[in-house]
Design a protein around this ligand. Structure first.
Ligand code: FAD
Ligand code: DHB
Length: 388
């Protein structure tokens, strides 16, 4: 089989790249190791920046997001028993949309299928070949049979544990890594929203986040031991922790409901450079990871492939490689700012077991500063909505 761009991974990065290329008349094939049902039901991100919303809407896959997603003009920071609103819209003129990642995936899969795009699900043993020549190829198994795709480019959109990053030439590589000593325990709850906007809470017992998915389903997280297991937590224990960490003296109470999904995720910051070598390009989690505080991961995946699609378009339409050559530089500018912001939000809001009393007080003072200073609140809001 031959195509112009072989894409490994049908996450937000791979599917959107395939869609954006199609809009420019460029062919691709997407190879995905999981089934369609699995990718369309895995619960992950929920917050779309304005820029992400614009890219989805302008490329014709924003209909359901606009109808079913919830536009949020602010969020709250809770600490010391009180809640403080960060007015995103007033501070930046922008907003965010809460719309689940797997709904974005469904919309992109539907768009690719409607356009006759090829997504091969359930592939095995994907291997990349000759990536440093002009004739790269990918081999894999599909329905138990060996197959091969010859392409002009390979896009590694296969997430943190994929095969693309390890296939990069090792010479000149730099990896930056930080693993945090805590994780997030995530739950999905059948209940109405407890509050009109997201609440990021800092408490001595640890961080907690009250988010939402729909008028009847809520998403919540709390800081936990990264090695903890979902089955160690009864519903009663979860609610006791969520109440303790989010409620203050103003009478506001978290609304409980039936918990129908529990999971624990580890947290790390990671950047692997360069994001390209020869005809192999990395995008999204394959190249970088942020801790979820600040909700940047999926948004970075979207901005990477937006750059990459423009570079590939220039290659085919103008016969020029200038934008492709600049891809790492262009993408990394955004990546490092988001790495900084996610690290900052994580450091400001989580409990560190080894923090001294001094460090704990300074952490609290930092939050006081953010809500007291319009300049600091604006910086936080600009980063959150992705204003640059
Ligand atoms: P992925 O979504 O990981 O997709 C990679 C795909 O490649 C997968 O489908 C995988 O099955 C496939 N694959 C892997 N290996 C192979 C292989 N060898 N062959 C073929 N296919 C392969 N981000 C936000 O922006 N906002 C948020 O609110 C947010 N919240 C989050 C909350 C949690 C709890 C978590 C865990 C993450 C959150 N993120 C958030 C991060 C976000 O989910 C990721 O950054 C995003 O999924 C990255 O997209 P991607 O396409 O690069 O990779
Ligand atoms: C969600 C996830 C995040 O990481 C975040 O910062 C806000 C919301 C969510 O899944 O709803």
């Amino acid at each position: 089989m031959r195509t112009q761009v072989a894409i490994v991974g049908a996450g937000p990065a791979g599917l959107l790249l395939s869609h954006l290329l199609h809009l420019q008349g460029i062919e691709s094939v997407v190879l995905e190791s999981r089934s369609k049902e699995e990718i369309e039901s895995t619960i992950r991100a929920g917050v779309l920046e304005q820029g992400t919303m614009d890219i989805l809407a302008n490329s014709g896959v924003g209909e359901r997001m606009k109808k079913e997603g919830a536009l949020h003009h602010g969020f709250e920071l809770a600490f010391n028993g009180a809640r403080h609103r960060i007015d995103l819209h007033e501070l930046t003129g922008k907003a965010i949309t809460v719309y689940a990642q797997h709904e974005v995936i469904k919309d992109l899969v539907a768009a690719r299928e409607a356009a006759g795009g090829q997504i091969l699900f359930g592939v095995r043993n994907v291997a990349l070949h000759d990536t440093q020549t002009d004739t790269p190829s990918v081999t894999f198994e599909h329905h138990g049979e060996g197959a091969r795709i010859d392409a002009d480019f390979i896009a590694g959109c296969d997430g943190f544990h994929g095969v693309a990053r390890p296939a990069m030439p090792q010479e000149g590589r730099n990896d930056y890594d930080r693993v945090y000593p805590f994780g997030w325990f995530g739950i999905l709850v059948e209940a109405p929203p407890s509050a009109p906007e997201l609440i990021y809470a800092r408490h001595e017992r640890g961080f907690a986040l009250v988010s939402t998915r729909s008028p009847t389903v809520q998403r919540m997280y709390f800081q936990c031991d990264p090695k903890d297991k979902a089955e160690n937590w009864s519903d009663d224990r979860i609610w006791a922790e969520m109440h303790a960490r989010t409620e203050g003296s103003d009478g506001w109470r978290l609304t409980e409901g039936k918990i129908f999904q529990k999971n624990v995720v580890g947290m790390r910051s990671f950047v692997s450079t360069p994001m390209q070598a020869g005809r192999l390009f990395l995008a999204g989690d394959a190249a970088h990871i942020v801790p979820p505080t600040g909700a940047k991961g999926m948004n970075l995946a979207v901005s990477d492939v937006n750059f990459l699609a423009q570079g590939i378009e220039q290659f085919y339409k103008q016969g020029a490689s200038e934008r492709l050559e600049r891809y790492t530089e262009d993408a990394l500018k955004r990546v490092w700012r988001a790495e900084y912001f996610s690290w900052w939000m994580t450091s400001m809001l989580h409990t560190f077991a080894d923090a001294s009393p001094f460090q704990r007080e300074v952490q609290r003072a930092e939050l006081e500063n953010v809500v007291a200073s319009r300049a600091l609140a604006t910086a936080l809001a600009e980063n959150y909505v992705g204003a640059f």
